[in-house]
Write a protein that binds this ligand. Structure first.
Ligand SMILES: Cc1ncc(COP(=O)(O)O)c(C=O)c1O
Length: 402
């Protein structure tokens, strides 16, 4: 992705702007699928990371399925052309009505609590389901994205497997899959192997299981020298223990994963314009035409995003605090060394493909940015910029005397 292409895209579609690179997404998908040497592999791309219809069509064209956490994500997946069988619905704490809708749509359903399991038993014993196990493993880059530990709200405790067995037996439930997801940005690859051993011990108890889903959590690098998952090494080690398990069981299971970040994080770039360069008594702020309403990860997770000055890449390096225009502390980066930034310069944030545009909001009544995809050398608009009319579209002025 070169600076000239991105600058031209901003000229055409204005700033701030999300820019995605389809070739990078293709490379990531290829690298991922080639890492696992098993008979049956299925990827369900976690579309919460980036749910644009055109991006979803790209995943479909590569043979991916989808992991969806809400019924609207399921509907978006169907609209993008995925068949119901290629969609796994993995919600948490949703209503029975939402599960019922998913049953009607025919997607695979992942059940993550015993009450819902009983509901399926009493009302839909023949609908094949996955069960989500909480393995009680602490994993994930920070507390907000660690979801497989004992205090986490996700999944059915591994210690409750006898209870699952009792319910499944009573209602003759068709448990087709066992699922585990321990978190995102997992630093220690051994966690995957450990989780696998625990999951295998659950799978052994249910003859009907044909699919084993290990969720995701693959760590990507946000800057030079960052730890990241070595997919080839992990794939090789993981495939070996998976194949050994299949052999022991005398059965070929389908190995499934739900990567989000690994697929799209480094394929996305967020570009914003410098409104103000402001020197204070303690530092120099760069004030951008955006804020945590458009890219919340630094404020929400303390996430690091590399920032480049793409309109003055060879300028003298200086130290800046990069901030947004939102009406409260709104910091993208502190003490960051960047080539000299002048009013009007475009700053580009890297790793803006996952959990950036999909987490954007209208806070401070700011429209969400446009999004473009660079595909086969051309820039395509895949989401237009919002307008004030969009922001007001759902408001209803009550007919009351005020
Ligand atoms: C159930 C489940 N699967 C997959 C993912 C995707 O994780 P990642 O983006 O780290 O690949 C998540 C992330 O929240 C998740 O909750």
């Amino acid at each position: 992705m070169d600076n000239a292409t991105i600058t031209a895209a901003v000229k055409e579609f204005d700033s701030p702007l999300y820019v995605y690179d389809s070739s990078k997404i293709r490379d990531n998908y290829k690298q991922f699928t080639e890492a696992f040497k098993v008979e049956k592999l299925k990827v369900h791309y976690a579309c919460k990371a980036l749910n644009n219809l055109t991006i979803l069509r790209l995943f479909k064209s590569m043979g991916s399925g989808l992991d969806c956490v809400s019924i609207n994500e399921v509907q978006i997946g169907l609209k993008a052309g995925f068949s119901a069988e290629d969609i796994l619905f993995t919600p948490n704490n949703v209503s029975i009505e939402e599960y019922e809708e998913a049953i009607k749509l025919g997607v695979a359903i992942n059940v993550d609590n015993l009450t819902t399991l009983e509901h399926f038993g009493m009302n839909h014993p023949n609908v094949p389901i996955y069960i989500r196990i909480n393995p009680h493993l602490m994993a994930g880059g920070n507390q907000k994205i660690s979801v497989g530990h004992i205090d986490s709200k996700f999944g059915i405790s591994i210690h409750q497997v006898p209870h699952i067995e009792r319910i499944a037996k009573k209602f003759d439930i068709n448990i087709k899959g066992v699922h585990v997801h321990t978190g995102s940005d997992i630093l220690d690859p051994e966690i995957f192997v450990k989780a696998a051993e625990l999951v295998f011990s659950v799978v052994e108890k249910f003859e009907s299981v044909t699919h084993i889903d290990f969720g995701s959590g693959f760590k990507v690098a946000y800057k030079d020298g960052d730890l990241h998952t070595d997919m080839e090494a992990l794939g090789s080690k993981f495939s070996q223990s998976f194949n050994e398990f299949c052999q022991r069981q005398g059965k070929t299971y389908t190995l499934e994963f739900e990567p989000g970040k690994f697929m799209v994080s480094n394929a996305g770039f967020f570009v914003a314009k410098t409104n103000v360069v402001k020197q204070t008594t303690s530092c120099t702020f760069i004030g951008l035409d955006t804020g945590f309403n458009h890219l919340i990860r630094p404020m929400f997770y303390n996430a690091h995003h590399e920032i480049e000055n793409i309109t003055n890449p060879t300028g003298d390096k200086k130290v800046y605090n990069v901030v947004g225009y939102i009406c409260e502390t709104d910091t993208f980066a502190m003490d960051r060394i960047i080539p000299e930034v002048r009013k009007g310069d475009l700053l580009m944030f890297r790793n803006a493909g996952a959990y950036c545009a999909t987490m954007a909001s209208n806070y401070n009544s700011r429209p969400r940015p446009a999004e473009v995809l660079i595909h086969d050398g051309k820039v395509h608009l895949i989401k237009r910029r919002e307008t004030l009319e969009d922001i007001l579209a759902t408001q209803v002025e009550a007919e009351i005397e005020i």
